[in-house]
Design a protein around this ligand. Structure first.
Ligand SMILES: CC(C)(COP(=O)(O)OP(=O)(O)OC[C@H]1O[C@@H](n2cnc3c(N)ncnc32)[C@H](O)[C@@H]1OP(=O)(O)O)[C@@H](O)C(=O)NCCC(=O)NCCS
Length: 393
């Protein structure tokens, strides 16, 4: 083997571009997040979640009538097949909602006559079916596991407000609905993060979009990815009061543990989404009369960053999960639903990536993702092992 063909070892593909994409740019050094050319700050201020979905799926902002039609189309898909409820009712109530979501998502094919058939219109229909359906499944599971009646969708409400209604049986007030809608915009897309890469990798095998999205949900469930907001809330509860922050930080940093919600594989500055979510978390804490969780987060961020710098001689920054945890908690949402909330939004980005993977001809990408791995296992001496009979081992 000559030097040119030697494989390059890069653990975890950090810093390696594996494809080209027109969907999202994350500029880690500058702390910029861009969906199809638009800064996240601009979208969070001006766009609804539905508008953001349209942008991600159709590659441009919708005109007035297009958004109306898109809204209508999503609303028609909110009502999921009855037998998904029957399936959910067979599951033990203590099952993790992410596991439930991963299992139930492929059942949405029942309301999709042409799923898996080639054609951009077919996959766009599936994408909308998934965006509408995943929210409905999550709300239904919350009701079913708590032995409550499933709530039918209210098509006068937008996507976020309807989800909260289907979850709680009460329409949210305007401010809560607006904050929730903004948090959906913020979580919608983030380039080749772990779950999106999973979706693209599955899509590259030419599996259908429901298989790709279900796999992505599995990836998102991990503690270092979408599961981090759940762990942030657990951490805040474990700390419990401002006075206990110093002791907690010392304990974690001295035991090589992680302060959840700090650190990011790409950003080398505060995550722009954390900057937008923090004031919403503060306000939600005031509205719900639970200011403690925001205050704890604020203080932990300050002290955690300083302690990390003192110990490691380098900086660490807050990520999106740091303040989304206290925001969702103040909205009265069960802690183990925080990761499904992430999925309810991120499905729009995943879908855009699956479409790009399977339909965009121009973007350079592999026909099938298939990285190598350095073999560090054993041989028996200089040669391969010889298979021995059971009695001779
Ligand atoms: C997200 C994360 C995996 C990014 O990791 P990364 O940038 O590749 O950083 P590394 O894992 O290489 O960590 C570099 C060092 O900082 C430490 N570190 C990273 N994040 C830390 C955190 N949140 N708390 C304490 N130490 C941390 C690591 O332990 C490592 O220490 P070492 O050099 O002694 O081994 C990591 O920061 C993390 O696990 N954060 C907590 C989980 C979280 O919030 N995830 C949500 C991400 S959006």
């Amino acid at each position: 083997m000559d030097d040119c063909t030697l494989p390059v070892m890069n653990t975890g593909l950090r810093g390696i571009d594996v494809a080209s994409s027109k969907i999202c740019d994350v500029q880690g050094k500058q702390g910029k997040l861009i969906y199809r050319g638009f800064l996240i700050e601009d979208l969070a201020r001006n766009a609804s979640f539905e508008e953001t979905c349209f942008l991600l799926l159709y590659e441009r902002l919708p005109k007035k009538q297009e958004l109306k039609d898109f809204n209508q189309s999503l609303r028609q898909k909110r009502k999921i097949p009855e037998n998904i409820f029957s399936f959910l009712k067979t599951l033990p109530s203590e099952m993790n909602p992410m596991d439930v979501l991963q299992m139930a998502t492929p059942l949405l094919v029942q309301s999709d006559q042409t799923y898996g058939e080639p054609g951009i219109e077919n996959i766009l229909f599936s994408a909308e079916n998934l965006i509408a359906g995943i929210a409905s499944i999550t709300a239904a599971w919350e009701r079913i596991r708590n032995k409550k009646e499933v709530i039918a969708p209210d098509n006068t409400l937008n996507h976020g407000a309807n989800f909260l209604y289907m979850l709680n049986g009460e329409k949210p007030d305007d401010e809560t609905a607006r904050f929730f809608d903004t948090s959906l915009v913020l979580h919608a897309e983030h380039s080749f993060n772990a779950s999106t890469f999973t979706a693209r990798q599955v899509a590259s095998t030419r599996a259908h979009i429901y298989a790709a999205i279900s796999a992505a949900i599995g990836s998102l469930s991990g503690a270092l990815h979408g599961g981090a907001n759940v762990r942030v809330m657990k951490m805040l509860k474990e700390i419990g009061s401002i006075e206990k922050i110093d002791a907690y930080i010392n304990k974690i940093l001295n035991s090589k543990g992680l302060i959840m919600g700090l650190g990011h594989a790409v950003y080398q500055t505060d995550d722009p989404r954390a900057i937008i979510i923090a004031p919403m978390s503060k306000r939600m804490g005031q509205i719900s009369n639970q200011p403690l969780w925001y205050e704890l987060s604020r203080e932990l961020e300050k002290k955690g960053k300083a302690a990390f710098k003192a110990k490691k001689q380098k900086e660490i920054f807050s990520n999106v999960d740091f303040y989304s945890a206290s925001l969702f908690y103040a909205m009265g949402i069960a802690t183990d639903l925080f990761s499904p909330l992430f999925a309810i939004s991120r499905v729009s980005g995943w879908a855009a990536h699956v479409i790009e993977e399977q339909y965009a001809m121009a973007a350079p990408k592999p026909s099938l993702y298939r990285p190598g791995a350095e073999y560090v296992g054993d041989y028996c001496g200089p040669d391969e092992c010889v298979f021995t009979d059971m009695d001779d081992r």
